[in-house]
Design a protein around this ligand. Structure first.
Ligand SMILES: Nc1ncnc2c1ncn2[C@@H]1O[C@H](COP(=O)(O)OP(=O)(O)OP(=O)(O)O)[C@@H](O)[C@H]1O
Ligand SMILES: [Mg+2]
Length: 338
């Protein structure tokens, strides 16, 4: 069995309907009406030891709900979860010992205490041997520079500091598995890079299995080989990142700097998608045309100063999937729509 097994997982939320006005409010005190929101709708996947998997999808797709079920915070409506053999919501404490969790949106630390005291408390809670605690603190401090704010109360930390403290806290008890729900949200470029290299380090050198949700595609590109893309509570794609690029990356963009301004540029099979001064961005289908063929056709008609080729970014590919509402099957069979 894999380290993490999820089978036909579902989660529904019952939401009380609000009724308008005072009488409505009174009435709903006695006769509550509910609507059901299906947040996770029959999701299955398995994740092996040492993997680093990106769990992505648009707002409201069901990512955090899945993470909360994996960590035992939420009870599934149906389906099965095994995390290293444990059923998270049934064995929440034992599960807590083998996992680390970071919710980028909300700290797990004690808000009013100096940061170091959160670490000390976790040491007690997880009964971390003193030597191990010291070693881990030393390593995390080296990479994350914790020293500069250990005496500061958590509520006074900057976002970047708080995130560093949170991830260190999540790893203090040497968990096998790390769940990161938006660990780089709101961080500046430098802080993001630092967080990424730390995540990479603990995955590589400590063999910690990582499941990561994010809206930042460069997190995925830089960290994960595999990504699971979900939308409306369902898996739309599960596989290698490079494969999704192959599947969707049919378009290429030629960026041409002409010697002079050209008003009437046109060429069969090429679409001008942007222009700035003498520069044009030309989109073409790589399965129909080659770049060199187009370049020679263009240079026969016009004076070219410079030329370069851009492959579509992963963001664009993903957006295409969202917008076209692809199902997993369509991703592989109906490639013509993009
Ligand atoms: N406690 C709750 N009660 C009712 N509905 C909920 C609850 N938690 C989540 N939902 C709903 O379930 C759906 C999935 O939410 P979830 O937080 O899992 O999305 P997400 O993929 O993490 O989105 P985001 O990228 O915005 O964080 C949403 O429609 C949300 O409104
Ligand atoms: Mg979320």
């Amino acid at each position: 069995m894999s380290l993490i097994e999820v089978r036909h997982l579902c989660k529904e939320f019952k939401i009380a309907k609000r009724q308008e006005g005072l009488t409505g409010a009174l009435r709903s005190l006695f006769h509550r009406q509910y609507t059901t929101k299906i947040a996770v709708n029959d999701i299955s996947f398995s994740i092996g030891t040492g993997e680093m998997v990106g769990y992505i999808g648009p707002n409201g797709a069901g990512k955090s709900t899945t993470i909360k079920m994996l960590t035992g915070i939420l009870v599934p409506s149906s389906g099965e979860i095994r995390v290293n053999g444990l059923i998270p919501y049934k064995e929440r404490r034992r599960n807590a010992r083998q996992i680390g969790v970071v919710f980028g949106q909300r700290t797990q630390l004690w808000w009013d205490l100096p940061t170091i005291e959160s670490f000390e408390l976790l040491k007690q809670i997880f009964q971390i041997p003193p030597d191990r605690y010291r070693q881990n603190m030393a390593l995390f401090n080296e990479i994350l520079d914790l020293d500069e704010f250990l005496q500061t109360p958590v509520r006074q930390l900057s976002l970047g500091q708080r995130m560093r403290a949170d991830i260190a806290a999540a790893l203090l008890h040497d968990p096998k598995i790390l769940f990161l729900d938006e660990p780089t949200i709101g961080l500046d470029v430098v802080a993001k890079e630092r967080m990424r290299s730390f995540i990479r380090e603990i995955n590589k050198n400590r063999g910690v299995t990582v499941i990561l949700t994010t809206h930042d595609m460069s997190d995925i590109e830089k960290l994960c080989q595999r990504m699971i893309l979900i939308d409306k509570g369902q898996v739309m794609y599960d596989g290698e990142l490079t494969k999704i690029k192959e599947t969707f990356g049919k378009t290429r963009i030629l960026i041409v700097d002409f010697e002079e301004n050209i008003d009437d540029f046109s060429l069969d099979g090429v679409e001008v998608i942007k222009q700035e001064g003498n520069r044009r961005w030309l989109k073409f289908n790589r399965e129909v045309h080659t770049a060199s063929q187009l370049i020679s056709q263009i240079s026969e008609k016009y004076e070219i100063k410079d030329i370069s080729i851009q492959d579509p970014e992963i963001e664009v590919l993903i957006r295409n999937i969202y917008e076209h509402n692809y199902t997993l099957d369509q991703v592989f069979t109906d490639k013509t729509r993009i």
